[in-house]
Structures are given as C-alpha cells and as structure tokens.
Design a protein around this ligand. Structure first.
Ligand SMILES: [Zn+2]
Length: 441
C-alpha cells in the first residue's frame, strides 16, 4: 500500500483512490485495514492517531491535534464503511478507485470516503504548514455508520465520552454539496436530522379453515390499512429548520419564485405546492412530515389456515422534536380501530440545534464560491450525528463540494457509478483547511 512521506502531501484525489480500494462494504464492514492505512497516513505526516474499538475487525481511528485553547475542541468525523454494490450496473469496477474524466469513481467517492479524504488532507496540511488552531481538533474516522454505528460512533459516544469532552461543534456528513435550483447555487448544510422509529401494526381477525368462505379477515384488514396509508399523507408540519431552509432559499430567488417557494410554509398549501414542484417536491416532502413505509409483512404459516393475526413493520422517520406518541396518533387516525399500533424501536435522542458555527461556514463558502448561498438543511434520514448529539454536540453536515449544476448528488450516492469531481475534493479540502483556522468565530 502506498505511503506518504512527511514532506510531500498526497493529493486528496490520490488519497481517496486508495481509500476506495479497501472494500469496506457493510455488512460486514471489516474496516480495520482501511483504518490502519488512515492511521499510517496520519502518523507519517506527524499526527499521532490511535485505533480504538471493541471489534478487532471494525476499528476506528481517533486523533487529536492540540490547539491554542481559545475555542472548544472541534470534532471532525467521517465514516469509512460503504453500502453494498451488488446487483448495480456499474460502468467501472466499484473498488478500483479509477481516475477518469477528472472524476474519482468508486463506492464511497461521495458517501463518504471523499469527505474522509478531505478531512485528512485538511488536517495534514494544517499540521504541516504549522497553522495555529483556535482549539484542539479531534478527528474520528468511524466504522459502521451505514448499519447504525454500533462499532463506530455509537460505541465511541457511549464508551468514550471523555474523548469528546467540551466539544460543542462537529463537522461531518451529510451536506455541504451544492445544489442548483432555478439558476442559483445553494450549499446545503445539515443542521438536524430526522429520527427513526419502527412501528408495528397488528391486524386481528377470525381464523379458520381455508376451505370455507371468510370475509374481513386479519389479512384483509391489514391490506385495507396499507392501501389507506399509501393514499393518505401524514399531516404536514413546518419544522423550524425547514422554515430556515425555505426562507433562505426564497430570499435569493427572483421575487415571484421566492413567493412561490414560501407558500410551502403554509401547511394548508404545502401538499399542493409539493405536487406542483414535481421531482424537487418529492425530494422535499419528507422535510415537511413524518414518513411511514411498510417494509416487513408477516402472517400466516399454512396455506389452508386463515391467520388470526397479521403484522406489518413500518419504517417511520420523524421530524426532530416530536415523540413516538405524536406519530402513533397520526397513524391511528389513518388506521382506525381495526389496527393496533405500537412503537417497537424508538430511542429518543436529544435534539440539539445551535447555529453558532453556521455563519463561519457560510463565509468560507462565499470566499471560495461568491455565487454560493449556504442554507440550513434537515436531513430526512439518520446519520452518526445522532450519536454525538447525545453528548450535546451539534453536527454540521458539511463536506463542501462545488458540483456541476447537472450533477445529481442525491441520485448518485448509494447508486451505481458513484463518483466525485477532483475539483470538488480540492474545494472541500480547502474549505475545511480554512475552517481549522477560524472555528472560534
Ligand atoms: Zn454516509
């Protein structure tokens, strides 16, 4: 494996190409070889880094660079596991780390070995150029983000909270990428994320022999509920983060476009507006309500026996700040008396919102891309941010990437032909390097 010398810094794209070559598909992850490589790169650059974890195959890397103590420590974190590539039509081998047409191709290029490479590059550069850091900088490269963080961020936050003592802000995923809307370039900064909640729906009905005539059975009752759930959106809620996002976008658009967008903030119009917005509306809809999707259906063991019970597990994602009872109430409205609903997995996590670093991040983007407008974003899925939030840490999802207008970030992650422009990696590394010098603002 390639190694760096303390004189020359590996270009960030080359670092990413090597990271991609470690197949850290989760499951099973097996991130340790990749972690060892990251540790060696940091060590060779004069930054001491440790491998920590409770599973020898799934170790994490933690490093701490001392600062001058004018600011609380800043946490940079990224995950080195990736999602599977099986059954996807890739044009290039997903773990080759190919450089082609000024893009680095491969699984993890965007999510998020690209971000990991930017962080390592920025930290090494800060160390080698001897810049004075306002406070300590902690770098955590973690395993298992894509499957819950049990050996990674969750483990670190639960078993080693002392490593993160005093940290107020973290920079990680998911955000920082640019998105062009109506000719304006917006940089989405994740400041909050939805919370997962698994709900079990149970339909009961008379059982019996499969040779007789039956109506209104447990399977029928459950299917009625599922059809209704498919056709009835859960109520719209204007979350404070979504309001900030829409208002900052609207303020940058021509008057008519801005007023159009602002109508989303009136729950009486939200549904109609989202439908009129087509694809963008479908992408935005989860930011305006809880979502519930049926995933696991169980009932009946024998073809000639009518089951007296059918269960369906719903994958629900809740807006932050609500609790499971709010969601169950909304679902029960749709389900009616035939269906019993229970939250079977819900871990309430504290909802931290501290916008104190936002202006600094926004200022850095403006220096590097004067056309760029930073907007706060609510993430519709979960990230490792929720684990660090238990320590009172506000994550900013900020892996800055100035992407071409026709590059669809959201459609490229977790998909075939995941790739990142080399220029976007350099843009992000530069932005993080600037942040390391001024996170006390
Ligand atoms: Zn990710």
């Amino acid at each position: 494996m390639a190694s760096t010398s303390s004189e020359a810094r590996l270009p960030v794209a080359e670092l990413l190409r090597t990271l991609i070559r470690f197949d850290t598909t989760n499951p099973p992850g097996s991130e340790t070889a990749c972690s060892e490589y990251c540790r060696d790169v940091l060590d060779n650059a004069g930054i001491s880094a440790n491998l920590v974890g409770d599973d020898p195959d799934r170790l994490n890397v933690v490093s701490r660079l001392p600062g001058r103590g004018d600011a609380p420590p800043l946490l940079l974190y990224g995950h080195i596991d990736v999602v599977p590539t099986a059954a996807q039509p890739w044009d290039v081998p997903p773990f080759e780390g190919r450089l082609q047409d000024d893009y680095v191709w491969g699984r993890g290029a965007l999510d998020m070995k690209g971000g990991v490479a930017m962080m390592m590059d920025a930290l090494i550069r800060a160390h080698q150029t001897g810049v004075s850091l306002p406070g300590d900088v902690i770098l955590a490269l973690v395993s298992d983000e894509e499957a819950g963080g049990n050996t990674g961020a969750a483990w670190l936050a639960q078993t080693h909270p002392e490593m993160f003592e005093g940290v107020r802000y973290a920079v990680g995923e998911f955000g920082g990428f640019s998105k062009t809307y109506r000719g304006r370039k917006f940089y989405m900064v994740q400041v909050a994320e939805k919370m997962g909640c698994h709900v079990q729906a149970i339909a009961r009905g008379p059982g019996g022999h499969g040779s007789l005539v039956h109506r209104d059975t447990a399977p029928t009752r459950m299917s009625r509920f599922l059809v209704k759930l498919d056709r009835t959106p859960l109520p719209f809620h204007v979350h404070p983060v979504t309001r900030m996002m829409i208002e900052s976008m609207a303020g940058q658009l021509p008057c008519a476009d801005g007023s159009f967008l602002r109508l989303l903030l009136n729950p009486a119009f939200t549904g109609r507006m989202l439908r009129r917005m087509g694809t963008v509306g479908r992408e935005m809809e989860p930011l305006f309500r809880h979502t519930a999707n049926a995933t696991v259906i169980a009932g009946g063991e024998k073809t000639n026996v009518i089951p007296s019970e059918v269960t369906v597990t719903l994958d629900c994602r809740m807006l932050p700040g609500y609790d499971a009872e709010d969601l169950l109430g909304e679902l029960q409205e749709i389900a009616g008396p035939d269906i019993e609903l229970q939250a079977i997995r819900f871990e309430p996590k504290p909802w931290v919102l501290n916008m104190g670093l936002f202006d600094t991040l926004s200022g850095i983007i403006n220096e590097q891309d004067p056309e760029g407008v930073s907007v706060p974003m609510l993430m519709p899925a979960g990230t490792d941010g929720r684990h660090f939030a238990t320590l009172g840490i506000q994550t900013y999802g900020w892996m800055p990437m100035n992407l071409p207008a026709d590059f669809d970030f959201l459609k490229t992650i977790h998909a075939a032909n995941e790739r990142v422009p080399v220029s976007a990696l350099e843009f992000g590394s530069e932005a993080l390097y600037r942040l390391l010098q001024r996170f006390h603002d």
